[in-house]
Design a protein around this ligand. Structure first.
Ligand SMILES: CC(=O)SCCNC(=O)CCNC(=O)[C@H](O)C(C)(C)COP(=O)(O)OP(=O)(O)OC[C@H]1O[C@@H](n2cnc3c(N)ncnc32)[C@H](O)[C@@H]1OP(=O)(O)O
Ligand SMILES: CC(=O)C(=O)O
Length: 550
């Protein structure tokens, strides 16, 4: 059976740039456009030429795209101006992109209130503007703003706006749920009605996520006939975002209901790069990847419950709706107080620790994990600390360095120019082989000072941790009985792009931080294959190098 083509339109660089807190540079835009092109996206909306210097510069020197059509965004001509005499429209058209998408009003209320022009004038503006795009040789697209609200308020007027765009030569008429308030059943009904006037292979959908339905609305629109779908990477976009292409694409390609009827421009190889493209966007935006994103999130294939893990190890499809590797993701089996022996065995194997499934020490390790989670440790977010704990329990943790003690001082005083300052200073005494090393660190707070001091001189181990960076530091106060206990979670990273989490728990925040910091270093040494120290021995209990004297 021949499959119908669904065209994918990415607006990460335009609607995504309207996300609060997102501010792309020209270089960012180029990188993202190239990644989208590499995936096989059909249209890449690069921004609004003339609206700001970044977008103007981006279109001034556009990236060389392999197959995607670079699209410039703008609005229909301004009231009181002709298409030839509208500097805003001219800037969009002068970008000379293969495709141009113009947004126009289709809700009568918006025409009356936001534009304040007679409704007839708006119809003429749509026609003239789209016709001008066609006349200039670009592929015209019409974003029908507020279409669903417009339909509900005055369907004849909303439809007449679409007809104007179609007659003016629009290749695509994109139905926008601008305020994001429409739900899937309504989208299906309305699009089905519209498709009686405008053929589905000329219709697109642009859904916002204000009711958490942007992906569902896009799929409903496809079921009702549209053949172009707009969205963004990771669901960026105005307010609550747009339809997330990182969910839409796998839904279209991996779910039989769609995959049997439709094809996209994305191949299986490219689909297997989706997770890395999603992470690239986070990297560029300097954001932490959202673990809970479907398909591409770090937890999308994380199996925590013991019952799940026991079955997944027998057959992954018992608890996985698609194969993680189909979207370039991976299965994770974290260890926590929800675990059974299966979690432990699986995690140990992942860490390259060979142990028989019926080894008594597995049960002992499981007990320790549950006991420590009761005290406040959280190993599902600190896989590196779990590995260290496991290796120690199994007698497989090399001793690298030993912390004999530390002292932290926080002092508030007047500095040399009479300003009141708070200074933190830490002194750490470590032993490597038989050598005692004492380092002083200064920082903007006690934990920072401690971190500086600990890393400053680890003797022959210093070379292994030069590229170690602290990425995230989270503190949570837990109430256990009448005493407050602090849990510190640290995420670390190195130049090879490895990330790992460590945890520390103590009634004292500095203590808890120190455990997590020293675990982060020990884990790095382990991964680097650093040789064990001659004299120091790993202490019993607590972290690898923590817990006072050795
Ligand atoms: C639904 C969407 O997401 S559409 C995309 C929205 N994205 C953006 O707005 C980001 C980029 N925007 C900008 O940089 C600026 O808004 C600009 C450069 C486009 C315009 O800036 P300004 O000229 O200062 O106008 P401002 O943004 O305050 O107001 C928009 C004007 O366009 C008019 N307008 C809005 N939509 C349309 C339209 N489809 N067709 C014609 N005119 C329109 C408004 O009535 C208003 O006119 P007024 O100034 O006479 O009241
Ligand atoms: C065009 C657009 O972004 C919208 O209507 O939501």
């Amino acid at each position: 059976m021949t499959r119908e083509r669904i065209y994918l339109f990415d607006t990460t660089l335009r609607d995504g740039a309207q996300t609060q807190g997102v501010d792309f540079s020209v270089t960012d835009k180029r990188l993202i456009a190239e990644a989208l092109d590499g995936l096989g996206i059909d249209y890449i909306e690069g921004g609004w030429p003339g609206a700001n210097p970044t977008d103007t510069a981006f279109f001034g020197e556009p990236p060389a795209l392999r197959t995607a059509r670079l699209t410039a965004f703008g609005m229909t001509k301004r009231a009181g101006r002709s298409v030839q005499n509208d500097p805003g429209l001219a800037a969009v058209l002068d970008a000379k992109t293969p495709a141009v998408c113009l947004v126009g009003k289709t809700w009568d209320y918006q025409v009356d209130v936001a534009l304040g022009v007679p409704r007839e004038d708006n119809l003429r503006a749509i026609y003239d503007s789209i016709a001008e795009v066609a006349r200039r040789g670009a592929e015209p697209l019409f974003d029908a703003e507020h279409f669903f609200d417009g339909w509900k308020a005055n369907r004849d007027y909303a439809l007449s706006c679409l007809v104007e765009a179609l007659e003016a030569g629009a290749r695509w008429i994109v139905l926008c749920d601008t305020n994001g308030g429409t739900v899937p059943g309504e989208v299906f009904e309305i699009v089905s009605e519209v498709a009686k006037t405008i053929p589905g292979d000329r219709l697109g959908i642009h859904a916002h996520n204000d009711t958490e339905n942007a992906v569902a609305n896009s799929l409903a629109a496809i079921e009702a006939g549209v053949r172009q779908v707009q969205g963004t990477l990771n669901g960026l976009g105005e307010r609550c975002g747009n339809a997330n292409l990182c969910s839409l694409i796998p839904n279209l390609m991996l779910k039989d209901r769609y995959a049997k009827r439709f094809e996209t421009g994305i191949g299986e190889d490219a689909l297997a790069r989706l997770t890395s493209v999603s992470r690239l966007l986070d990297e560029i935006l300097n954001r932490h990847p959202n673990r809970h994103l479907p398909y591409v999130g770090g937890s999308a294939f994380a199996h925590k419950g013991g019952l799940h893990v026991s079955a997944v190890l027998k057959a992954p499809e018992t608890y996985e709706h698609v194969k993680p590797e189909s979207v370039g993701n991976r299965r994770i089996i974290p260890v926590s107080d929800q675990s059974g022996r299966s979690n432990i065995v699986s995690r140990l194997r992942d860490a390259g620790i060979e142990v028989r499934a019926d080894d008594d020490r597995i049960g002992r390790l499981l007990e320790i994990v549950k006991e420590r989670e009761f005290q406040g440790y959280a190993y599902d977010a600190a896989e590196a600390s779990f590995e260290l704990l496991a290796r120690r329990t199994l007698g497989q943790l090399p001793a690298f360095f030993c912390v004999d003690g530390f002292r932290v001082l926080v002092e508030r005083r007047f500095n040399a120019v009479g300003e009141l300052v708070t200074v933190s200073e830490a002194v750490v005494k470590v032993r490597v082989d038989d050598e005692v090393l004492m380092s002083v660190g200064e920082g903007n707070g006690p934990v920072n000072a401690l971190d500086q001091a600990l890393r400053k001189d680890l003797g022959r181990y210093s070379q292994f941790i030069e590229d170690l960076t602290l990425e995230d530091y989270k503190v949570r106060i837990l109430t256990s009985g009448t005493e407050a206990v602090t849990r510190v979670l640290i995420e670390s990273r190195d130049a090879k792009g490895r990330r790992w989490g460590t945890v520390g728990v103590s009634p004292n925040i500095v203590d808890a931080s120190f455990q997590a910091l020293s675990d982060a270093i020990v884990y790095k040494l382990l991964r680097e294959g650093a040789p064990a120290s001659g004299a120091a021995v790993a202490p019993k209990g607590g972290s690898a190098s923590w817990a006072g004297g050795c």
